[in-house]
Design a protein around this ligand. Structure first.
Ligand SMILES: Nc1ncnc2c1ncn2[C@@H]1O[C@H](COP(=O)(O)OP(=O)(O)O)[C@@H](O)[C@H]1O
Ligand SMILES: [Mg+2]
Length: 384
């Protein structure tokens, strides 16, 4: 609102305003009367919408909306909102003179005279089709990247899984063969129990693999850390060589965390794959999950967090390499063994979840990766 003690025209005469507005080509700037009819038109409006001034002046601004939006009463609603609240903003499809559409960001501001009377509305519209498309592309690329990384993780898992399935099938087949020829009902019963047991284990394994493979949506939800650790561990066990021992310690009664479970599972898998790759022959991977209170010592974070620490006693990380490990595509592994995307996904996930990822490493001794995720303390503690 223009107040009486602020002379609106003292800085720049009206003709200069007009010149300024006319010179703008990146924004459509035009005026509407209080009923929504066009009263002025600038060069940007002509460029963006395709109409000459003499084609649109006097026409209602609903002309620029899609048929559907007009049927839904969108132009009238925006006008009413601007008149009632002083301003209205909108984002959506608009139609050019030639019928093509663009994605517009528009603002409608009420203009009043020095007595507070509404004399019209200023409409500023920007064509942000490109921006919207790049945002959509970025989303699609993120989803694709997640999918690609998941396939890679699945590839790493299936080698070990195939081996385990083979073992289960061997148990099933040999027990079945023995049962067929067995004369002793008690023995037959025991053999059938073996078959059921092996079949059950195989089913659980496929279910976990499928639920990891199918998880598509990146949706945040409250989850119990112990449950994610449990399903990840049972997947991972099969991907570890026999000489690598997996130890796990999950503090009881951990608070809930609010993240996408599929992404967290992949982060944990990535950290453990790296730990596995760092162990030349024999070694140990320890997964520790605990609640911690931070007072700024980890990347300035404060408050209650759940810490997932993956320790390995492998080769460690060279101090020269250390600053680069979170970079996308940075890898010290042979072609075909590493993509260099694991830790960049871990880093992105930690940031996006308002947490952090920290590394400490001693060459020749081993590495510890700590992922911190904010705890939801208002929720009930979990029993895991
Ligand atoms: N636990 C670890 N021990 C030793 N080096 C590691 C460990 N974790 C990560 N690195 C180093 O960080 C690099 C990047 O890791 P990552 O982003 O997961 O890509 P990739 O595993 O495909 O190489 C690895 O190539 C390796 O040099
Ligand atoms: Mg990796």
């Amino acid at each position: 609102m223009v107040s009486a003690d602020r002379p609106a025209h003292s800085v720049m005469p009206e003709a200069r305003y007009e010149q300024l507005v006319q010179a703008v080509v990146d924004y459509a700037i035009y005026m509407l009367d209080p009923t929504g009819h066009v009263v002025s038109w600038n060069a940007g409006a002509q460029r963006i919408k395709g109409y000459h001034a003499d084609e649109v002046i006097g026409r209602h601004f609903a002309l620029f909306f899609t048929e559907q939006d007009c049927a839904d009463g969108r132009p009238a609603r925006l006008l009413r909102q601007a008149l009632e609240q002083g301003v209205a903003q909108d984002e959506g499809w608009r139609v050019r003179k030639d019928g093509t559409q663009f994605w517009a960001l528009a603002a409608l501001d009420v203009i009043r005279d020095e007595h507070g009377q509404v004399i019209g509305l200023a409409k500023v519209t920007r064509d942000i089709t490109d921006r919207r498309e790049s945002a959509l592309q970025l989303d699609a690329m993120r989803a694709q990247l997640f999918q690609a990384q998941k396939l890679e993780a699945l590839g790493q898992l299936t080698g070990g899984l195939a081996h385990d399935f083979n073992n289960l099938l061997t148990i099933i087949l040999s027990s079945a063969r023995l049962a067929v020829t067995s004369q002793d009902p008690a023995r037959t019963r025991r053999l059938l129990d073996h078959i059921l047991d092996a079949g059950q284990r195989g089913t659980e394994l496929t279910q976990q693999l499928l639920s990891f493979a199918r998880h598509r949506q990146l949706t945040e939800a409250r989850i119990a850390p112990a449950a994610v650790v449990e399903s990840t561990r049972s997947l991972l066990e099969h991907a570890l060589p026999r000489d690598i021992e997996l130890l796990e310690s999950v503090q009881p009664g951990l608070p809930m965390i609010e993240v996408d479970a599929g992404q967290l599972q992949m982060v944990l898998l990535n950290l453990m794959f790296n730990a596995r790759d760092a162990i030349p022959e024999q070694g140990q991977i320890r997964l520790l999950v605990e609640q911690v209170q931070l007072g700024g010592e980890v990347e300035g974070l404060h408050g209650d967090f759940v810490r997932f620490a993956v320790h390995d006693n492998g080769q460690g990380i060279d101090p020269l390499v250390l600053p680069r490990i979170f970079e996308p595509f940075f890898t010290t592994k042979a072609f075909g063994k590493g993509t260099g995307l694991g830790l960049s996904q871990v880093y992105g996930f930690a940031k996006q979840s308002n947490g952090a990822i920290c590394v400490s490493s001693q060459p020749g001794q081993g590495t510890c990766m700590s992922l911190y995720l904010p705890a939801c303390l208002d929720a009930n503690p979990t029993d895991g």
